[in-house]
Design a binder for this molecule. Structure first.
Ligand SMILES: [Fe+2]
Length: 239
């Protein structure tokens, strides 16, 4: 993998210039922010804004007329079926984005000549994320719902993934930094599958829960692979 860090001319730390540090600390006391107020003002503003704001989208009504006509339709059960449907929408968005993250990582690995073994492994992980996406789509359809609808949690998942995608597509980042970004995604992915299986069971859909177990097992493997790659690369450099 590409070197994680190099020594260079970095002037961001205060130790680079103790004389300027003293002046900087003096300036903090003399120059005040040009915007009045403090953190209490921000708290008031945030409270007011959240009282005014609506929600982030809504969950479409489950069991559409078209969906109901499908064979093998699994009636929505449980007290709040929309909670399960919202999380299914989230998983669908996350897995679809997972494919894109791995595509970006493959491009990064290729551009840095990281070797065919790593590229092959990344392609395998990407293909499994794609399989998971199809699996969730199938589950949503079996409930008579529309997998193309963006649920509120799907929207939030998309926003959360933006930082990870930025790291992966930044031309300056190296493989170790990108692996770290992928680790963030895989940790969240792993925990989310665990929760989704539990939700499927609680919502009265044991068949869906069973179908998700394979995905969770594969996600366990993704986590081990990304953690191992990161550790091997960084520990070797640190020794
Ligand atoms: Fe994964």
């Amino acid at each position: 993998m590409a070197t994680a860090a190099k020594v260079g001319s970095n002037f961001t730390g205060v130790q680079m210039s103790p004389k300027d540090t003293k002046r900087l600390l003096e300036a903090v006391n003399e120059i005040h922010p040009d915007v009045p107020g403090d953190e209490r003002g921000m708290l008031v503003e945030r409270t007011e804004r959240s009282a005014e704001a609506g929600r982030i989208g809504s969950v479409p009504v489950p069991g559409s007329a078209k969906g109901m006509l499908k064979t093998g339709f699994d009636m929505m059960k449980g007290k709040s079926p929309e909670v399960f449907l919202d999380k299914l929408g989230e998983r669908l968005a996350f897995e679809r984005n997972g494919v894109r993250l791995y595509e970006a990582m493959i491009a990064k690995a290729r551009s840095l000549d990281a070797g065919s073994e790593l590229v092959g492994m990344l392609q395998h992980l990407r293909d499994e994320e794609f399989e998971h996406m199809l699996l969730v789509r199938q589950a949503i359809e079996s409930l008579g719902a529309d997998p193309t609808a963006q649920t509120p949690c799907a929207d939030v998942a998309g926003v959360m993934a933006m930082g990870i995608m930025q790291v992966l597509t930044d031309p300056r980042t190296n493989l170790a930094q990108c692996m770290n970004a992928l680790l963030t995604a895989e940790l969240a992915d792993n925990a989310a599958w665990e929760l989704l299986i539990e939700l499927a069971q609680a919502a009265g859909h044991p068949n869906i829960a069973d179908s998700f177990v394979k995905a969770k097992t594969q996600e366990d493997d993704h986590l081990v692979k990304i953690k191992t790659l990161m550790r091997r690369d960084l520990v070797m450099q640190t020794r």
